[in-house]
Design a protein around this ligand. Structure first.
Ligand code: OGA
Ligand code: NI
Length: 334
């Protein structure tokens, strides 16, 4: 069995093994912790309170979801499998995973999409302190791995994907109703066939003020759904303050992405968020991202018409040329 202790550095990408001299000295300030009284709004999927949902989408762009109907055993098994797979040596992870489950580390293009350009040799100061598996959910059913652990991981992800698509569809329909969007088109606004999962591990970082687990960003999706373990570190920006999302077992965190913001004419917001790393414990989280049908044209009063494919192409171009995602500003009507 693999060595599952926190100090099994064989499993870390070499860049993350101590000593971490290649990072700049404390290149950002961690604000002093403030006593936090705010927590995310809570939405109950079994009985959606439309007013509360609408407020959460306008004021926060993120909320916690309870009664989501995903069996807790599925969530636990998925985390257990992920943990075991991450503990394989770095070299085995690189060798073992191929599409539709691809291994990456460092900074992925922050626009989840099929076949994303994942940077394999990032610049030190831009490295996100994490590694992960990028999973194209619709291709999982064709999956055949020789490795039993990987095989059952694939099956669990497939089942998880079905639940995520159910949850995302239900939430989207409620949002579309609140926004008076044309529900007949809801299958184009939100296409579960585009769904992808990212399973992350944020390794322990001996000097947590010298790296971000994931630097500040917005998601490019319509909706993103996160399931995090007990470690914590996820933060969302609310009224210019960073709010810690306390891990609460068996709940999901749903945030809105750029495309939802555009579809809502900026009424709803694509919220900024980031992940802190810590010294003592690695953190695992599983994200699900869903987009509109690839060639569906998103029309709004604030942005030029664009498709998901346009948005992704622009983001990839920006990552190559300016080094970061410019996002919706590229499409803003002036
Ligand atoms: C993301 C993201 C947060 C987390 O993948 O876009 O924000 O907790 N992940 O892993
Ligand atoms: Ni994100």
């Amino acid at each position: 069995m693999e060595n599952m202790s926190e100090s099994n550095f064989e499993s870390y990408p070499p860049f993350f093994r101590p000593p971490i001299a290649s990072l700049e000295e404390g290149f950002f300030d961690l604000e002093k912790p403030t006593k936090q009284t705010l927590d995310l709004p809570v939405i109950d999927l079994e009985c959606i309170d439309h007013d509360r949902l609408s407020e959460a989408c306008k004021d926060w762009g993120v909320f916690r979801l309870v009664n989501h109907g995903i069996p807790v055993t599925l969530l636990n098994q998925l985390h257990d499998h992920a943990k075991k797979l991450f503990f394989l040596s770095f070299e085995s992870k690189q060798a073992l995973f191929t599409n539709p489950i691809a291994y990456f580390w460092g900074t992925p293009a922050l626009t989840p999409s099929g076949g994303v350009a994942l940077q394999k040799g990032p610049q030190p100061q831009h490295v996100n302190w994490m590694e992960g598996f990028n999973v194209l959910l619709r291709e999982l059913s064709h999956l055949q791995y020789d490795d039993p652990l990987l095989d059952s991981f694939g099956l669990l992800l497939e089942e998880y994907g079905r639940h995520q698509s159910r949850v995302a569809t239900r939430i989207f329909e409620a949002m579309a109703e609140n926004l008076n969007m044309c529900l007949k088109q809801s299958g184009s606004y939100l296409s579960p066939a585009t769904g992808l999962a990212r399973v992350y591990r944020y390794p322990c970082c001996p000097e947590p003020n010298r790296a971000w687990g994931m630097d500040t960003h917005t998601d490019s999706s319509v909706i993103s759904i996160l399931n995090q373990d007990k470690v914590g570190g996820l933060q969302f920006l609310k009224d210019d303050k960073w709010i810690d999302v306390q891990p609460i077992p068996n709940t999901l965190v749903i945030n809105l992405g750029d495309i939802m913001q555009a579809m809502s004419d900026d009424k709803y917001k694509s919220v900024k968020h980031r992940v802190k790393v810590n010294k003592h414990e690695a953190r695992i989280s599983i994200g699900y991202f869903v987009f509109p049908a690839e060639d569906f044209v998103i029309r709004s009063s604030k942005y030029k018409p664009f498709t998901n494919a346009d948005f992704r192409a622009q983001t990839q171009q920006d990552l190559r040329t300016v080094g970061f995602k410019v996002g919706l500003d590229r499409f803003k009507l002036t």
